[in-house]
Design a protein around this ligand. Structure first.
Ligand SMILES: Cc1ncc(COP(=O)(O)O)c(C=O)c1O
Length: 426
């Protein structure tokens, strides 16, 4: 007799997925100060890896404390490039093209200004209305700085979730200087087809800048093979670098030698410790460095990048799709009936590692599940809940528990006990 089909809506089914999960042992490599907490915010601030805590302790005590200024020659100076190369292996970037330094916002600025300077005769910048606000503000600022010569084409989204690929491709032409998009959209988790868009941009002679903040470490990429020009991304999300950890910047080595950062700091100089009065940029990716790196944060990031390399981005992606797929199944079985609306594409190749749900009471629901069920998720105005599923430490059973919590606070009307006043809360 055939075995009965598993009940995908049951907790025991979720537990059986955990039991069969080859990445499950990685959970132990993270600090779980509160085992009862369901943390679905790895898309915002990743959990603390045990090895990072130890590394910081060593960096503070044995390096800063004992070695003092000698630490720069012992490895601090090289850290942005060394960790950049390791991170590069996660995104298909060969050595010498990635540096980990400064914030994503600052790196976006450097890349935008560098790109626009390489295409002085072109006047259009293509982006979309789902891009992260910092990215859009920076574009406005760059255009202003460059004398208002450029037009920013912000392609709309019909559904607030996706942007039509054909519309995007059609917008790229010989007037386009730069195409800049978030590979995974922060609000909806929509995954752009970066390879196809990059190919079209190259055919049109335009440059590309991808913001990989929500994809690095969870979505495989092949930046060198695709011919991407620039990429940036946060390291405190799925890379678990800790609050405010420095971002990465990828600059394709095939770009011309005159590709320049707009921030001519001493760390970008060919020989910073000669203290020359005139600027001579470093030849490699170091010319995109500006000033002293945030060493402690860099060192905190390194063990996590190594852990992700060891686990493998392909395996992480496989589990990520299984987790988000599980949540979509549970959405169909339970959440849709409770008034939630799925705001992430269903097709695996069109989504990253988060699921977004809309609900008119999203703000109060977020507060209610935190108080009543120890479930941490986030809220984006006006009505969106985001559930980030970090594959190295999120269990299928937690996804199941999160869905139960979301259903329960609506069914019991527990959310009505909370104010809808925003009061400056994130
Ligand atoms: C897609 C995206 N781009 C840029 C940023 C800005 O990063 P930072 O604050 O490190 O500059 C964020 C922050 O969450 C983001 O999600």
């Amino acid at each position: 007799m055939a075995a009965p089909a598993p009940d995908i809506g049951s907790r025991s089914h979720a537990q059986s997925l955990d039991a069969a999960d080859p990445l499950a042992p990685y959970r132990e490599q993270f600090v779980h100060a509160d085992e009862g907490l369901i943390y679905l915010l790895g898309n915002s601030l990743g959990r603390l890896p045990v090895a990072s805590a130890k590394r910081v302790e060593q960096a503070v005590g044995a390096e800063w404390g004992e070695r003092l200024i000698r630490g720069w020659n012992d490895g601090w100076l090289a850290a942005p490039g060394r960790i950049g190369d390791k991170l590069g292996a996660l995104i298909g970037a060969g050595p010498g093209q990635v540096v980990v330094d400064d914030s994503t916002t600052v790196n976006l600025y450097k890349a935008m200004m560098a790109a626009l300077a390489l295409r002085p005769e072109r006047t259009r910048i293509i982006t979309d209305a789902l891009n992260f606000p910092s990215d859009l503000y920076l574009l406005e600022g760059c255009v202003r700085t460059l004398g208002d010569r450029h037009e920013i084409v912000r392609l709309p989204s019909a559904d607030g979730v996706t942007v039509d690929l054909q519309t995007l491709l059609a917008a790229i032409d010989e007037r386009t200087a730069l195409v800049t998009l978030s590979q995974v959209v922060f609000r909806s988790g929509f995954l752009h087809d970066a390879e196809t868009i990059t190919r079209r941009a190259r055919e049109a002679g335009a440059l590309t800048l991808w913001d990989m903040s929500h994809s690095v470490g969870v979505v495989p990429a092949a930046l060198d093979d695709w011919g991407v020009d620039f990429a940036v991304g946060c390291t405190y999300k799925y890379l678990n670098g800790g609050p405010g950890s420095p971002a990465f910047l990828y600059v394709n080595a095939a770009l011309p030698a005159e590709t320049r950062s707009p921030v001519w700091g001493w760390f970008g100089h060919r020989e910073p410790f000669r203290f020359d009065l005139d600027y001579r940029p470093s030849e490699g990716i170091d010319r995109f460095r500006a000033g002293s790196p945030a060493v402690l944060s860099l060192l905190a990031l390194e063990p996590s990048v190594e852990m992700i390399l060891e686990a493998g981005v392909e395996a992480i992606r496989e589990k990520s799709l299984a987790l988000t797929g599980c949540l979509i199944d549970l959405y169909d079985a339970k959440l849709a009936g409770a008034g939630y609306q799925l705001a992430t594409p269903r097709e695996p190749h069109r989504r990253g590692s988060q699921i977004s749900l809309r609900h008119p009471e999203a703000f109060r629901i977020r507060r209610a599940v935190a108080e009543h069920h120890q479930l941490l998720i986030d809220f984006r105005e006006p009505d969106t809940l985001r559930l980030g599923l970090a594959p190295l430490y999120t269990r299928f059973a937690e996804v199941w528990d999160a869905v139960e919590a979301l259903v329960e606070v609506v069914a019991s009307e527990a959310y009505l006990r909370y104010s809808g006043d925003r009061n400056g809360l994130t």
